[in-house]
Design a protein around this ligand. Structure first.
Ligand SMILES: CC(C)(COP(=O)(O)OP(=O)(O)OC[C@H]1O[C@@H](n2cnc3c(N)ncnc32)[C@H](O)[C@@H]1OP(=O)(O)O)[C@@H](O)C(=O)NCCC(=O)NCCS
Length: 188
């Protein structure tokens, strides 16, 4: 399970895994091209279920706008000067769900299974706590078995299964799983 952190993290910071240095830093408008390049190199399977289509310039512009408005908090992971993934926390805008955040984790294939998902989740739980959020939700297609297992290990619990609520890039519908992580440590 990802470690909770209550202290504000200063970025950038780096960690060495298997002899390679991975740097975590906050995304800014200057990262637009790097994000598009990263997304456009992802294999088709990974692109099937992107909640935000970051291969599209407009979507990345909109993402950056949300970062600047403080609605989105994105931590980038870089290795050898290249973007290799990100973790994002979306702060719900509507009044009645203002205690909720949404988490998106996406790492390039060669960067998976090294503990970086765990690290990003820990950073984002810390941010959620700092923002006073109580629950962090993650949404994925029921067919994404590996991702569901990873999120369970991060401490998320499956809350709901919604029939045909995801549509992939090939217009095929899938069931949507909503998972949640209780930031406060209590049931809310
Ligand atoms: C989800 C994702 C970010 C996980 O990142 P990662 O760096 O590979 O995960 P970690 O190496 O930190 O592993 C986290 C935990 O899950 C476990 N795990 C990793 N891959 C797994 C797999 N395929 N199946 C089962 N468990 C797995 C690890 O053992 C670890 O558990 P532990 O803490 O008990 O040791 C990455 O797989 C990814 O980018 N997937 C594609 C995008 C996606 O599906 N995102 C989810 C929707 S937001």
């Amino acid at each position: 399970m990802a470690k909770q952190t209550t202290s504000k993290r200063n970025y950038p910071w780096s960690t060495v895994i298997d002899g390679k240095t991975y740097t975590l830093r906050l995304m800014t408008a200057k990262d637009k091209k790097a994000m598009l390049d990263f997304a456009r190199k992802l294999p088709e399977d990974d692109l099937l279920f992107l909640a935000i289509d970051i291969t599209e310039e407009d979507a990345v512009d909109n993402w950056i706008e949300n970062i600047e408005k403080g609605r989105l908090h994105t931590i980038l992971v870089e290795c050898e000067g290249k973007l290799v993934g990100h973790g994002s926390l979306i702060h719900e805008e509507q009044v009645w769900t203002r205690h909720l955040g949404g988490m998106i984790l996406l790492l390039g294939r060669e960067t998976r299974g090294k503990g970086l998902g765990n690290i990003l989740a820990g950073e984002l739980f810390g941010k959620a706590e700092e923002l006073g959020l109580r629950k962090v939700m993650a949404r994925m297609a029921a067919t994404q078995k590996g991702a569901i297992q990873v999120f369970e290990k991060l401490g998320f619990k499956a809350e709901a299964l919604l029939t045909d609520c995801v549509i992939d890039r090939k217009d095929k519908t899938h069931d949507l799983i909503i998972m949640s992580y209780d930031v406060t440590g209590f049931n809310v």
